[in-house]
Design a protein around this ligand. Structure first.
Ligand SMILES: CC(C)(COP(=O)(O)OP(=O)(O)OC[C@H]1O[C@@H](n2cnc3c(N)ncnc32)[C@H](O)[C@@H]1OP(=O)(O)O)[C@@H](O)C(=O)NCCC(=O)NCCS
Length: 210
């Protein structure tokens, strides 16, 4: 996620619910993007593409009931067929709506959508200097998982964060993942075969793990 404009809160955030965006939200999302970011912005045509994409969940907080209402906050979750990893691709709250929990509500909703889609992990990138956003993600249990150098237009690095979407008991997990049995690694070099056995046993519980 991208370079933020700094702004002081000056108005209460939306009281409306968070829902899935529609094509009618594209202009408001474009305006939010310009208000929230200095660079690496999502273009209007990209918003339209995301809003049409079956693998993207554009979550919007609308200021009012109309679908063409202003959007003080939004985020995008990307899902991909054949992987249990979802990506929080974008998160933005308009300057006048900040520090009232709107981003927290959007992240909560993003986590729910990723879980509902059967994902095991939510990943994101955030500018290395965006300490406010990092605090928010850490509060939700995201942990740093890497760094990408010169990831942004202006050469800034990205910090990668990720969060597991179910607990040790498998609560919240996709049924296939819940049925996975652990097969412990016994030698330094057995990691690949162990992972394969765990995956095979999840897909076919009759698999003999030996
Ligand atoms: C980062 C960003 C999304 C946070 O949005 P936000 O709506 O202000 O976030 P929240 O209100 O949920 O949380 C922000 C702070 O407000 C506090 N807060 C939440 N609800 C509150 C309330 N009702 N009253 C007072 N403070 C509150 C939170 O505890 C949090 O404090 P912290 O900074 O110490 O963690 C927003 O600043 C933004 O859009 N920035 C520009 C784009 C950006 O950087 N996006 C992220 C890219 S990775």
């Amino acid at each position: 996620m991208r370079g933020a404009l700094r702004g002081l809160p000056s108005a209460p955030p939306t009281s409306g619910p968070i829902g899935l965006g529609t094509l009618g939200d594209a202009p408001a999302l474009d305006a939010l993007e310009r208000a929230a970011f200095t660079g690496d912005r999502i273009s209007l045509s990209s918003w339209r593409r995301l809003l049409r994409s079956p693998s993207a969940r554009v979550l919007v907080a609308r200021d009012g009931a109309s679908e063409c209402a202003a959007v003080p906050g939004a985020c995008v979750v990307l899902l991909r067929r054949g992987t249990f990893v979802a990506r929080l691709y974008s998160l933005a709250v308009a300057p006048q709506a900040r520090n009232s929990g709107l981003a927290s509500a959007l992240v909560t909703e993003a986590l729910a959508h990723a879980r509902r889609a059967g994902c095991a992990l939510l990943r994101l990138e955030s500018r290395a200097d965006n300490v406010g956003a990092h605090r928010l993600f850490r509060r939700f249990g995201f942990v740093p998982s890497g760094r990408k150098s010169a990831y942004y237009e202006d050469g800034a690095d990205a910090i990668c964060f990720q969060k597991g979407l179910f607990d040790d008991k498998g609560q919240g997990a996709h049924p296939v993942l819940r049925s996975a049995r652990h097969y412990g690694q016994t030698l330094d070099f057995t990691c690949g075969p162990c992972a394969l056995l765990i995956a095979m046993s999840a897909l076919d519980p009759a698999t003999v793990m030996d």
